[in-house]
Design a protein around this ligand. Structure first.
Ligand SMILES: [Zn+2]
Length: 129
């Protein structure tokens, strides 16, 4: 399942970012994906719920921003953006296209809550024993 492997890599990414921020809990995550990445946003959001619970121990919201893919025609050099396959050059109609962007997945922002400023829920109880 395509979306699940992407969901897992997002969660791993977020985990790395979180490690740099100390004791925080992710609240919401915003990603950007090219529409040619072949992702179904709803499926990705669903998969991410599982991936995040597994890897992060919580399930933050996932906002998905879809971007158009940009390309350049190898025949006439025309630059353009598109959001469907198959792709043909709008200028000459040829299909030899060099994709210049929009296929990648990018972590745009990560909203977190500082656990030290909010409610302390898992602190050790010094009075035990
Ligand atoms: Zn062309």
């Amino acid at each position: 399942m395509h979306e699940m492997s992407i969901a897992l890599s997002i969660a791993e990414n977020v985990k790395e970012v979180l490690l740099e921020h100390g004791d925080v809990t992710p609240i919401s995550i915003r990603i950007r994906i090219g529409c040619l990445a072949g992702i179904v946003p709803d499926v990705l959001r669903f998969s991410f719920g599982f991936a995040a619970t597994d890897i992060l121990g919580c399930s933050p919201g996932l906002e998905i921003e879809e971007v158009l893919v940009s390309g350049r025609c190898l025949d006439c050099g025309e630059h353009f953006t598109f959001d469907t396959f198959p792709v043909v050059c709008p200028s000459c109609g040829k299909a030899r296209i060099d994709h210049t962007g929009g296929r990648d997945l990018e972590l745009v922002s990560l909203e977190v809550e500082d656990n030290n400023e909010g409610d302390r829920c898992q602190t050790k109880d010094p009075e035990s024993q």
